[in-house]
Every structure is written in C-alpha cells, then in structure tokens.
Design a protein around this ligand. Structure first.
Ligand SMILES: [Fe+2]
Length: 321
C-alpha cells in the first residue's frame, strides 16, 4: 500500500518477507506509528546497519506497520526475487501469500522479457521464475490450484503466459511423464510460448474487429518468429513448445499442420493449457467462461484438436484444482 507522510511517499512491506533474507537488506526500514495525533514514519534501521544487527531488530516485536520509501521499492522486489527459494521453503509464510509473490514475480519477469526478448539476462530470470513455480509445486501439491486462483479474468499477455505455464506444469505433473529437468525446460517453453508476438505489429495483435486474411496469416507466424528469437537461448524442449503450441491433433493447426504422434506430448499439453486459459479470460471477441463451460466447449467443439488420452487427463486435473 502506497501512502504519503511528511511529504514523502512510503509503501508498506511485509515483515515476514523481510525476515527471510534480512542480512541482504540494503535500504532503510521504517515503522508507521499511528497515535492520537497524526501518523509518522520512524526509522527502524538504516541501510548501513550491519546484517546481524538487522536480523536482531527485525526479530524483536514491533508495533505498527513496516514500510519503506517508495523510491526503494525496486530494491525490495529484487530482494524478494532473489529470496524466492527461501520464501517457498519458509513454513511461516502462508500458502496464498507465497502464491502471490511467486505469481507477481513471474508476471513482472515476463513483462521484462517481452520488452527485450533478446536479452540473455531476461531469459535467465525467466528460467528462475519458472523454476520457482516448479519448486513451489513440488513443495506443496496445493500450490498450483492456489496460483491458478490468482489468474486475472482479463486478458494480458503477461498473465496469459504465466497462467499457461502454471496450468501446463500441473498437467505435466498429473500426466506424470518426463523427468524433472524436462519439466523445467518444458515450463520455460510454456512461459515463452507467445514470445514471437513481440515481432508482430501491436495494431494487428490488439485489433478489436475481425482480422483480414493477411493479418491472420501474420499472427500465425508467431511460433516461427518465437523460435527465431529464442534459438540458442533456450533448450530444444522449450523451442518445440514455442513452435508447436498451435498444432492440433487432427492436423488443422499451424504452423506445420502436424497430426497425431508427429506432435510431441509437451506441445500437446501446452496446446490444452493455451486454449483453456484463452477461454477462461475475457477477450475482445468473447467473455470469460467458467472452468466447466470452457471444458464443455473444448469437448463439444474442439475435441478433435486434442489427443483423447490427454484430454481425459486434463478433465481429471481440472476437477482436482
Ligand atoms: Fe500462441
């Protein structure tokens, strides 16, 4: 929460989140005191305080909300991102709070990679956030349903990419094929599946009305454009998902029109996750459907697009979320 006090902007922060990696805090921490008169922010410790001293101060009981200067918020987030492994393993932090941190960290990172997809540093961070989601899912079976609850009903590229990755990770685990390393490469492909759209004119991507054939042909290039962008930056398992997440079991998909077993299991799982998330979020041409409505529509109108066995697994997985 952002607020103004004494002509400075502060933002409230969570003490438990600060405690997980307290020795690395490099910014001032204040406590917001609310008394009979007016609120004030009291400096609890400065950024130069020795790490062991910081841990001692934070562990002591305090009254009032913890806050930092808004100007230090980026530093706070960097600390959280770097501490995600510890946060996931920390039993004192409730599941829903962990979910929110993992989810927000992932969407922020995807935003950055879409702004600069050729940055090796951004790809490295994207791998870290998909690994966070997987570590979280492996740590607690309730993590994936908790993360899925956070998905927005409105469509944004970044949340769509994260939702598809979360859903696909859950489905991959449910179907139970592939090693943990394959799951990590697969999840990277899922979170980057639409990265090729960064090479497509936004006017086409955001066009509210019906697309012309030429515009639709351009959109259908995004898997190939994505692979061109990511070649050499991500492993082959991830490239396969980027290239083939729009292939359909009956051969009606794109870009290659592959059929049946010519499509990898990973690409088939990513296609189910992609379609399901698209149906359950609001789009310019359709309202968000409930999970049940989406599954019914997929069964009644698209069943030939998916491998039967995987579609059944998807229904099982959905009923458990
Ligand atoms: Fe796509």
């Amino acid at each position: 929460m952002l607020f103004d006090l004494d002509e400075r902007k502060y933002v409230t922060v969570n003490r438990d989140h600060l405690l997980v990696n307290a020795s690395r805090i490099k910014f001032d921490i204040y406590v917001r005191m609310t008394g009979d008169e007016k609120s004030r922010a009291v400096l609890l410790f400065g950024k130069e305080t020795p790490p062991d001293e910081i841990v001692k101060i934070l562990a002591t009981k305090h009254f009032g909300e913890f806050c930092i200067l808004d100007a230090d918020y980026a530093k706070y987030w960097t600390l959280l991102k770097d501490s995600m492994k510890i946060i996931i393993a920390d039993e004192h932090i409730p599941l829903d709070e962990k979910s929110l941190l993992v989810y927000e960290c992932a969407t922020e990172t995807v935003k950055a990679v879409f702004e600069d997809p050729r940055s090796g540093e951004n790809i490295k961070k994207t791998r870290e956030v998909t690994n966070n989601i997987i570590d979280f899912a492996l740590d607690n079976p309730d993590s994936i349903p908790s993360l899925l609850k956070l998905g927005s009903h409105d469509y944004y590229t970044f949340t769509h990419c994260v939702n598809v990755a979360v859903f696909a990770i859950g489905l991959f685990q449910c179907i139970g094929r592939g090693t943990e390393n394959e799951l990590r490469d697969f999840a990277l492909g899922c979170i980057l599946h639409d990265i090729g759209k960064t090479d497509i004119d936004e006017k086409i991507l955001n066009k509210p009305g019906k697309l012309t054939d030429a515009e639709f042909d351009r959109i259908k290039k995004h898997p190939v454009l994505g692979v061109e962008l990511m070649k050499g930056l991500v492993p082959d398992i991830a490239l396969d998902v980027i290239m083939h997440h729009h292939e359909k079991f009956d051969g009606q998909g794109y870009p290659e029109g592959l059929t049946g077993d010519h499509i990898s299991d990973n690409a088939k799982i990513s296609a189910i996750a992609d379609v399901y998330d698209a149906l359950t979020t609001n789009r310019s041409y359709a309202r968000a459907r409930s999970p049940f409505e989406a599954a019914l529509l997929m069964k009644e109108e698209m069943v030939s697009h998916f491998e039967q066995e995987k579609f059944i697994e998807f229904i099982h997985f959905l009923s458990g979320t």
